[in-house]
Design a binder for this molecule. Structure first.
Ligand SMILES: Nc1nc2c(ncn2[C@@H]2O[C@H](COP(=O)(O)OP(=O)(O)OP(=O)(O)O)[C@@H](O)[C@H]2O)c(=O)[nH]1
Ligand SMILES: [Mg+2]
Length: 439
């Protein structure tokens, strides 16, 4: 099956159905009045990401997608049937652009994600809709809204966890066939791989998707060779595995050429974690290996792996390093998804307590009747009463009228037997209004 990652699709939504002009005519019912129903809604054009697809090949054969139009309204105030939506099923990772291929409309990055690309037209109102006291027999209805149409460019960026990058003949396809069940074409001439190939790799507890991308050469960003258009597939990878052919002479230069191409391509590809491996170690003479390795380490500025896609040497170590990067990103993604969700809201008091304080719920009655709480409670009218009595007694003894205190009035009680709440102090606006009234 040919791999196709770009498709051009002309889509059209459904037009709305026309409103109906009808009048009720029935035996014994005079002045039946307007009776025409509204038109039905036209169908939308929707793009949906599904798991079962991995190419856009279907859209090579089906370049037109049309939703159904709504039916016209009918007599007896019957609304026309709505038109069915047209659902474009696309593989996960498809990006939908406008006709220019530059302006992004939607990025279907997760399974089940749906985006409405075109809206179906609304149905027109029938004459029943327009009846009023002043126009009791409207002889008009509205036509349905017209359909929308647009050409879209679909681009599929494979969602691989890691991408293989390197010069042609670096042994990328051999590596993929060694570590996964994929069967890419392998040959000793450049540009054997013309399209990205995917393979699923399992190492320890981690499964990940590895993409073998066509080789890059100097000037790829200017279109030399196969160009750098396949680098789009590596844009979403957690890391890239840069393979350098160890049998070549200018190891450092080869590495730097690819880095220049990655930088020229941009889109954050040059910022991705890079694992560098010196490949074809089985074919490197032992005397040259240390020198070549040191040259590559100097060029990239960090440790390099020494591997062989044919004998399998060093492959487990390099896969573990890739799995570590991938797991780190998966963890970060999971945390992002977790914290992007609003925090759960506690609904009941017991929930709130267990969430916030992990304390047992204490009934309200017990809280107020406990002696400790009573001791801590502020001085109330009840506790003041003996004080007032003592003051009055002292005043009587001394004959000092000034010391006389008012008798403590028992608090007014409501129908429930509880003390009535004090009236709230008036707000400033209410005070002003009261003053005005008095004047
Ligand atoms: N000795 C040795 N040869 C290798 C190794 N890996 C790949 N080769 C050989 O190198 C040649 C190219 O290998 P491919 O896997 O097709 O290389 P590629 O990077 O996919 O090349 P393109 O698809 O053209 O970009 C083949 O003849 C392989 O047999 C290795 O580890 N050791
Ligand atoms: Mg290849």
């Amino acid at each position: 099956m040919k791999f196709l990652d770009v498709a051009k699709v002309y889509a059209q939504s459904g037009a709305g159905g026309n409103g109906c002009i009808a009048f009720r005519r029935e035996k014994f019912i005079e002045y039946g009045g307007p009776y025409g129903g509204d038109g039905g809604r036209g169908g939308d054009v929707i793009a949906e990401a599904v798991e079962s697809l991995n190419t856009l090949i279907d859209y090579r054969f089906q370049q037109h997608v049309k939703a159904k139009s709504g039916e016209g309204g009918k007599g007896k105030v019957m609304t026309g049937a709505g038109g069915a939506d047209a659902v474009m099923k696309v593989p996960v990772g498809t990006q939908i652009y406008e006709e220019d291929g530059e302006s992004l409309i939607a990025d279907l990055a997760t399974v089940g994600m749906r985006v409405r690309l075109l809206k179906g037209g609304n149905g027109g109102f029938g004459n029943h809709h327009f009846k009023s006291a002043t126009n009791q027999a409207p002889e008009f209805a509205l036509p349905g809204q017209p359909a929308q149409e647009q050409t879209f460019i679909l681009k599929l960026k494979l969602i691989a966890d890691s991408g293989l990058i390197g010069m042609p003949n670096a042994g990328k396809s051999s590596f993929l066939s060694r570590v996964s069940a994929a069967k890419p074409k392998i040959a000793d001439y450049p540009f054997t791989t013309l399209e990205p190939q995917l393979g699923v790799v399992k190492i320890d507890e981690t499964d990940f998707v590895l993409a073998d991308l066509p080789g890059l050469i100097e000037g790829a960003h200017e279109g030399v060779g196969l160009g750098d258009r396949f680098l789009g597939h590596a844009e979403r990878c957690a890391s890239i595995l840069h393979l350098v052919d160890g049998t070549g002479d200018a190891i450092a230069k080869t590495y730097k050429t690819i880095r220049v191409e990655l930088e020229a391509y941009g889109h954050g590809l040059d910022q991705k974690p890079e694992i560098v491996a010196l490949n074809k170690v089985d074919a490197i003479p032992a005397a040259q290996l240390a020198k070549k390795r040191a040259a590559l380490e100097k060029a990239c500025g960090h440790k390099v792996h020494v591997i062989s896609g044919v004998t399998g040497e060093g492959i487990t170590t390099v896969l573990r390093a890739m799995a570590q990067e991938i797991n780190q990103r998966r963890l970060a993604r999971a945390e992002e998804a977790r914290y992007a969700r609003p925090a759960p809201v506690a609904r009941s008091r017991s929930e709130r307590q267990s969430v916030n304080f992990k304390a047992p719920v204490v009934p309200k009655a017990r809280i107020t009747s406990s002696p400790a709480v009573k001791a801590a409670a502020p001085t109330t009218a009840r506790t003041l009463a003996p004080m007032a009595k003592a003051k009055a007694k002292a005043a009587r003894k001394m004959g000092n009228a000034k010391l006389k205190t008012k008798a403590v009035k028992p608090k007014a009680k409501g129908p429930t037997g509880r003390a009535k709440a004090k009236p709230r102090p008036l707000s400033k606006t209410a005070q002003r209004a009261k003053k005005k009234q008095r004047r």
